[in-house]
Design a protein around this ligand. Structure first.
Ligand code: ZN
Length: 348
């Protein structure tokens, strides 16, 4: 015999998703597939929090959330799962997200991992998930996810947002283009990030909404409805573009030649601890324009440069950047933290 709470939960479940089940694309069968699904979200910042909120409310049964960062006040403008108390307590984002999701959908199982996704842990962290949503802020991790997805023949969805710009693409290994088909090389030089160019919360939520809609299609099996383009838009200047990603590119190093160097750990710049309380990132293929970078970093801290190097001080950290992209980050011995600072202020 069902207990009172089980009965209540059962009734609650059918009411909870009633408007979604009414939608012809989902239906009862689709809702059941969502309940049985396991989705991983890599990164739990703005895009990740918005995506996690949407998939959890939609009733995806199990979520893996991976993020190494903690909640800060400057996140609250756009990171929909966090509040002022989370920022005051410096709660890790993955755990803060788990707690918030439990408040609005206790039927979802959330596995938070306070970790950097690396070649060493990606197989373990993503093993159970049938679909991976990218909500990172850097190409290094995206190429790693791309290698893994191609190796495992697992679908993933690329999403990006910065300024008023949002972009997303579905990658179905063996069927569509992979990330390396479209972007054989990462953006060169220093790139704009949310910490230098700012970001509109609407751009982030749009990227997450587009990605989660595609995730729902994949989970319920509406594969013929899945978008096969790299879709991007700049909401401020009203520009939209869609580039076909329907077919793999001939000669692609990743999905055709299976050269999975990011999965082998070869795509990451070597990082060493150096001296007391500093970390060196041995990037060497990222030409840096000191004048341009100095102008970009000026609003964010103390910055000065000469012909040899640029030095940027912010809070307890000092970043010293050399002309080929190599950097020494003083004020930490945490390799992951150093990597995050580099991705935020120099590029990823
Ligand atoms: Zn490819």
């Amino acid at each position: 015999m069902a207990t009172v709470s089980e009965t209540r939960q059962g009734r609650f479940s059918s009411e909870r998703y009633s408007r979604q089940v009414l939608f012809a694309g989902i239906g009862e069968a689709g809702q059941e597939k969502l309940r049985a699904a396991h989705v991983a979200i890599v990164g739990c910042g703005a895009t990740g929090a918005a995506a996690a909120s949407l998939v959890a409310r939609a009733g995806v049964g199990k979520l893996t959330l991976i993020d190494r960062d903690f909640v800060e006040e400057s996140n609250l403008q756009r990171q929909v799962l966090f509040d002022e108390a989370d920022a005051r307590d410096c709660l890790p984002k993955a755990e803060a997200a788990r707690r918030k999701i439990a408040l609005f959908n206790s039927e979802v199982t959330v596995e938070p991992h306070v970790a950097d996704l690396t070649p060493g842990n990606i197989h373990e962290l993503l093993a159970g998930a049938e679909l991976v949503l990218d909500a990172t802020d850097n190409f290094e991790t995206r190429y790693l996810v791309n290698d893994y997805a191609v190796e495992q023949a697992k679908a993933w969805i690329y999403s990006a947002a910065v300024g008023a710009y949002a972009a997303t693409m579905n990658i179905l290994p063996g069927e569509t283009a992979c990330l390396a088909c479209i972007f054989p090389e990462p953006p060169t030089g220093t790139v704009e990030t949310c910490d230098t160019a700012g970001i509109l919360n609407s751009a982030v939520n749009l990227a997450a909404s587009l990605a989660v809609t595609e995730a729902l299609k994949l989970i319920v099996g509406a594969r013929e409805r899945v978008r096969r383009t790299l879709l991007s838009c700049d909401l401020w200047v009203n520009e939209w573009s869609a580039v076909s990603a329907a077919k793999p590119r001939a000669g692609c190093e990743v999905c055709e030649k299976r050269n999975l160097r990011h999965l082998r750990g070869e795509g990451r710049p070597h990082i060493t601890l150096c001296g007391r309380n500093s970390v060196q990132i041995h990037e060497h293929g990222r030409p840096v324009d000191f004048k341009e970078l100095e102008a970009r970093l000026r609003p964010h801290g103390n910055v000065r440069s000469n012909s040899m190097l640029l030095r940027f001080e912010r809070g307890e950290h000092t970043l010293t950047v050399f002309a080929d992209g190599r950097a020494i980050i003083q004020g930490t011995t945490d390799v992951g933290a150093a990597r995050t600072l580099y991705a935020r202020y120099i590029g990823s």
